[in-house]
Design a binder for this molecule. Structure first.
Ligand SMILES: Cc1cc2nc3c(=O)[nH]c(=O)nc-3n(C[C@H](O)[C@H](O)[C@H](O)COP(=O)(O)OP(=O)(O)OC[C@H]3O[C@@H](n4cnc5c(N)ncnc54)[C@H](O)[C@@H]3O)c2cc1C
Length: 302
């Protein structure tokens, strides 16, 4: 059956919100690239809304800029409608958030990446950018028609976990990432395992960043995992086990156990939870091993 729906093309945020509230928050739907929504509608997993609000013409949501907070902390502000392809090309992101760029490079095929947006990827709650955004302590800026509200991505994901069926009704405006100084001993990585090598969502994807000091101790390490239908999480216990300690095989074993215990994931038709936990723990410990073997002064491990 062909269902008819009305497509709106607001020119600014206020207009987008006003259409959203006039058409009924549960009846209308924001669309950025439409690549995820299309698959949901075609598979009958979501009902087609009566009103589609395209965010395509909102140029203010397509910029990537560096700004300072009142406390003089630099952060990069990524517009929610920035395409995955533009994230990959952007020099600010390539210099400061390399693991995020690596996660974008592994999403779908180039034709999808030209259309798909970072905001849409976040809103699916299972997108491949999420583990990378988590390790950078990304913050989301929402608009609810009256106020701009900031929320840590990590907190938003926890809320999604407890209210999986509640639709997000606010409009995602920006993603803010605090900037850190990259030293020679900084490292970062992003790894994705899918059922095929490319063009497929992750079964498990992991991201990490940190430093190794002159005594070979791990410092400021942040780790995250996601993939499949499970919500991405930060691996706080594994970070605690690592930070402040020098590399050793016994440390790696402890990290492996911590990841296995901390990553709560469900079995699906193809893979057991035990398999996914093992893959996540193996991927992260193998990356840490690579980094130390290469002297800690290398950066990317793709
Ligand atoms: C062939 C194919 C391969 C794919 N491979 C991958 C992959 O490897 N990894 C991966 O992570 N994903 C993959 N995807 C899924 C999808 O393409 C990405 O997640 C993409 O980034 C979604 O962005 P979008 O702009 O198209 O989102 P949309 O489809 O426009 O929207 C997604 C959700 O976000 C909401 N939304 C969008 N923008 C806003 C906003 N500003 N404020 C509030 N709500 C908003 C929408 O209402 C919807 O609920 C694939 C899709 C296809 C078709």
């Amino acid at each position: 059956m062909v269902t008819r729906c009305k497509v709106w093309r607001p020119k600014n945020l206020q207009e987008a919100w006003s259409i959203h509230s006039q058409t009924g928050i549960d009846q209308s739907c924001f669309v950025s690239g439409g690549t995820w929504l299309r698959t949901q509608w075609e598979a009958g997993l979501l009902n087609s809304p009566s009103d589609i609000i395209s965010l395509e013409s909102l140029e203010e949501l397509k910029k990537i800029i560096v700004q300072r907070t009142e406390n003089n902390q630099e952060f990069v502000k990524i517009g929610s409608s920035t395409t995955i392809a533009d994230c990959i090309k952007n020099p600010i992101l390539r210099k400061n958030t390399e693991a995020l760029v690596m996660s974008c490079e592994k999403i779908a095929a180039p034709s999808i990446r030209n259309q798909a947006t970072i905001g849409g990827n976040i809103l699916t709650a299972v997108g491949d950018t999420l583990p990378a955004l988590l390790i950078y302590d990304a913050e989301l800026t929402w608009y609810d028609g009256k106020l701009f509200e900031s929320e840590l991505l990590e907190k938003w994901l926890i809320t999604r976990q407890f209210e999986p069926h509640k639709n997000e009704t606010r409009l995602l405006v920006h993603i803010n990432i605090p900037l850190e100084e990259n030293s020679k001993k900084s490292f970062y990585f992003h790894k994705k395992i899918g059922r095929r090598k490319t063009f497929t969502p992750a079964i498990v994807s992991v991201a990490g960043k940190g430093k190794i000091n002159n005594l070979n101790n791990f410092q400021s390490v942040t780790l995250a995992v996601g993939g499949g239908s499970s919500l991405p999480i930060k691996l706080f216990e594994a970070e605690r086990v690592l930070n402040g300690f020098p590399f050793s095989l016994s440390l790696l074993k402890k990290v492996h156990t911590a990841i296995f215990d901390e990553y709560v994931v469900v079995s699906d038709a193809f893979m057991t939870d035990q398999y996914k936990k093992t893959v996540a723990a193996n991927l992260i410990t193998a990356e840490l091993c690579n980094i130390v073997e290469q002297g800690g002064d290398q950066n990317a491990v793709g």
